[in-house]
Ligand binder design. Structure first.
Ligand code: NI
Length: 142
């Protein structure tokens, strides 16, 4: 009783971005963000790992139906971001429109918020986002 199991769904999307802070001049942006400040954008192959931890439902044997989770991720993340320019194609990552700078940190927070609203309250959600094989971030709603 009370066993909590963690299930994972792995997804992938390609997206372009540019990191810059519109309140700074070009020199400072270049100094802080380096290659990711390239004015003409550049792309990343993002790997997304969605972790859901919770009790096993005795009726289904599932923590969450992974087909359902996959459908939610597709609608909230892949359809919005895959093969898109995060700065130009979304408001949430357009710093000139008051959006967030599209770092892996900020992208993971927005993805977490988008997925969280679809999950039952007794499920714990963690989002892990790989911007490269070696650089990745994790957000659990803290
Ligand atoms: Ni970048």
């Amino acid at each position: 009783m009370g066993m909590l199991v963690t299930v994972y769904r792995k997804e992938h999307f390609n997206a372009a971005h540019r990191l810059y802070n519109p309140t700074w001049d070009d020199a400072k942006n270049k100094e802080v963000f380096g290659l990711c400040n390239n004015p003409n954008f550049h792309g990343h192959n993002y790997d997304l790992v969605v972790k859901v931890k919770g009790p096993v439902d005795p009726d289904t044997g599932y923590v969450i139906n992974l087909k359902t989770l996959s459908t939610i991720i597709k609608a909230e993340v892949l359809d919005r971001y895959d093969h898109h320019n995060l700065n130009m194609d979304t408001d949430e990552f357009n710093p000139e429109k008051g959006g967030l700078i599209p770092t892996a940190e900020n992208i993971s927070v927005i993805i977490w918020q988008r997925l969280r609203k679809h999950l039952q309250e007794n499920l714990q959600l963690t989002v892990i986002l790989y911007e490269t094989e070696r650089n990745f971030v994790e957000y659990s709603g803290d």
